[in-house]
Ligand binder design. Sequence first.
Ligand code: NOJ
Length: 564
Amino acid sequence: MKKFWWQDAIIYQVYLRSFQDTNNDGIGDINGVIKRLDYLKELGVNTLWISPHYDSPMDDNGYDVRDFFKVSEDYGTIDDFKKLLKEAHQRGMKIITDLVLNHTSDEHPWFEAAKDPKHPEHKHYHDYYIWHKPKYDKLGNRKLPTQWVSWFGGPVWEYNPPTDSYYLHIFSKKMPDLNWRNKTMRDALKKVIQWWIDLGVDGFRVDASNHLEKNWDFPDSKPGYEHFSSLPKHHDYLEELGRDLFKPNDLLIIGEAGGATRKEAIQYAGFDSNEFNMLIQFEHCWADTDDTNKITPGKWAKGPIDLPKIKNSFAYWIDVFKGKGWNTIYWANHDQPRIVSHYGDDKNYHQESAKMLAFSLYLLPGTPIVYYGEEIGMTNVDYQNLGNFRDVEVFTEYDNFMRLGASHEVAMQSLRDRSRDNARSPMQWNTDIYAGFSKATPWINVNQNYKTINVHQQLQDKASIYNTYKRLLKLRQEEQLAYADVTFYDLDHPQSFNYKVSGKHHDFIVLCNFKGTELKMSKELNLESYELFMSNYDQTNNLNFKPYEARIYRSIKAKQADNT
Ligand code: NOJ
């Protein structure tokens, strides 16, 4: 069963900027992570994924890297980072960092040279990025090379007067895309990776990994995503990194690659693949969009939750990797709203729905990734003004909504519901000023509900969301649920999330009412040889489930010891 160390990983994603500030500048830092290692260990976590810690102008909170070899001054020093590795390793914990390979900051020295014909190294670096000459209409007006749309809204092209050409950026205009066809550029990035490996990191989460290759014929279409997503050649680049760097160093590599087919998934993260060990995919993340909304389109339009879509996505990915590779399970990360606000009810059933979401996910096989604050049920933030937001995507999309005819209030509501800033507010440690995150005004507002939702309070309460997470993560390890077989019941039922898993000592049946109305579970569930093991309500009533009620039943008889 077990082949690699990372199969037993329980990953916790730390959004560095928002986790714990120790030097009181209002920004989370590496020493803050060190300070909280014992807390995380106690929760049951053994691996941390740290969001980008590199030197950056922070247009996209560090995904815009200015110097790959330097720690951002916002976060500390290289010595702090070395200390983090040491302290984590002493506790038997692993550290994986974000690895941003698709683009750099426009303030990276490579781009500074690439964009400026007068720069002494212009010739060398120009081709590190992707350029296109302008087109002209009949009147001689300059036109964009294509109508491709960036992931943050707006065109992917930005005009650079000194070279009279456009550069490509599939995220913000301060994040020019690298040209992976250039071998010298690839070799330069490989040096970066080797450097962090030599320092002692245990792995990477590879950002935007399916976008490395572009269609260099630049065919016109809108939005044109197919011309810069999942093109076959990007596997060659990843294979090269894996063969030369990832595999020889026994690292944990998690690829961020949405939309992979079954075959591609195995190519990325099959046991025999050199590319990754695990995949982050997204099908379950936006199962509540209203596709008829043309004013705040795509993920920005909230519709009813399509629960079958969510369940089918989990079932699908477990099946894809069964025996062939390794699965990840997670609810949400820094790119989606808070899960309890998104798929639960943070107003009327905060505790119940947060625990229900935990029950429904954390007994499934694979490696879990818990997002910071999820373990205490942190919620979306009620941002009042546009000025409260910090995310670059918010501002490009706000302009987009306005162009499409939205009123300010409609646009604001959409941002409040769906923006990534919801998941980036400071960690709520206690009831002190700024929730114990910092003594200075934080870079982004603290959620006003920190007096009632915080770590300190939940540590004292045996039935808290935190203690529920702790118990579930412990159960996962004791029962080796990462390797479990799972059977889903009623995948197409719109309200129940039910499944059976086979643990090392016991089998478990998980029954969840995913909605805010009562539900009578099917009589066909055979619970005769099972006993109630955990529940998110004090009282349970046969198969009648209250709003968001969730239960775990355990087989009464323990299994024979397996000596294999
Ligand atoms: C994916 C990251 O998760 C997201 O936060 C970031 O904005 C983009 N990649 C660009 O690096």
